[in-house]
Design a protein around this ligand. Structure first.
Ligand code: ADP
Ligand code: C5P
Ligand code: MG
Length: 244
């Protein structure tokens, strides 16, 4: 028979934020496991979609003058080091297709930038990346897909020493001390226990091209089905990887 579409229904995906909710992906895992690398690979492969990357690091609380004086005693790997309420608020807004402002964090000063924020608009896909993105149940609840990047601890420590000395203004001894005192114990206590929430455990991070291709395929399938069912609720979907 002939298909008829209600005008209102057709207009919904473009005009109302809640009609087309973005697909939210969480990418967790230990320090220097390759989270940022994997996210960038996913984003490259999804070049024909609007993708926004949000880093949990952006929500680190700034240190007080007192905390700064004894920065070697500060635990940046404990869940309390992040402003999770603010992260949740930002993520909820993005999920409702509202624009947000994200703080810009400076790892050298352990502070947020006073004069710069990152303005982020609505997108088809939102990726939240960070060591503890699966720790808070409310944040987890907003995610459509959870990926845990699983890289051996020795590889991660080696990469962290190189990265933090080259990019984050640290010296080798400081990195190793911080790792033994805070990073490793917090990984065991807070990061590793969230692995059970993951839908996908990604061994070897960015080296695992097969798994990353599979993840991208899944996202494409979800985006296609999602949009089609909202726009043409009465049409039977045969080609599930249809792209808008
Ligand atoms: P995370 O975001 O989990 O902390 P990154 O993706 O930033 O990890 O990786 C940490 C460091 O290791 C970076 O300097 C990055 O360039 C490097 N790195 C990441 N993945 C690989 C890889 N597969 N091979 C070699 N170096 C890598
Ligand atoms: O990119 P990555 O996931 O490694 O970032 C998280 C790490 O950053 C944490 O393990 C924490 O120890 C470190 N960090 C730091 N100094 C800060 C903030 C975070 O060393 N000021
Ligand atoms: Mg990172």
């Amino acid at each position: 028979g002939d298909m008829r579409f209600d005008d209102d229904e057709l207009a919904v995906p473009q005009s109302k934020g809640e009609a087309k909710q973005p697909f939210v992906i969480g990418v967790g895992g230990g320090t220097a496991s390759g989270k940022s690398t994997v996210c960038n690979m996913i984003i490259q492969q999804l070049h024909d979609h609007r993708v926004v990357l949000v880093n949990q690091d952006s929500f680190y609380r700034g240190l007080t003058a007192e905390e700064l004086e004894n920065v070697g005693e500060y635990n940046f790997d404990h869940p309390d080091a992040f402003d999770t309420e603010q992260l949740l608020d930002c993520l909820e807004k993005l999920k409702s297709c509202l624009p947000i402002q994200i703080p810009v964090y400076d790892f050298k000063r352990h502070q947020r930038s006073l004069d710069t924020v990152r303005k982020v608009n609505a997108a088809d896909v939102i990726i939240l990346e960070g060591i503890l993105v699966f720790h808070d149940a409310r944040v987890r609840g907003l995610m459509n897909m959870k990926i845990f990047v699983d890289t051996d601890a020795d590889v991660r420590l080696a990469r962290r020493i190189r990265r933090d000395t080259l990019e984050r203004g640290r010296d080798v001894n400081g990195v190793i001390e911080q790792y033994a005192k805070f990073v490793k114990p917090a990984f065991d206590d807070f990061v590793l226990p969230t692995k059970k929430y993951a839908d996908v455990i990604l061994p070897r991070g960015g080296d695992n091209h097969v798994a990353i291709d599979l993840i991208v395929q899944h996202i494409r399938t979800k985006l296609g089905q999602h949009d089609l069912r909202k726009i043409y609720p009465n049409v039977y979907v045969i080609q599930s990887t249809f792209q808008i």
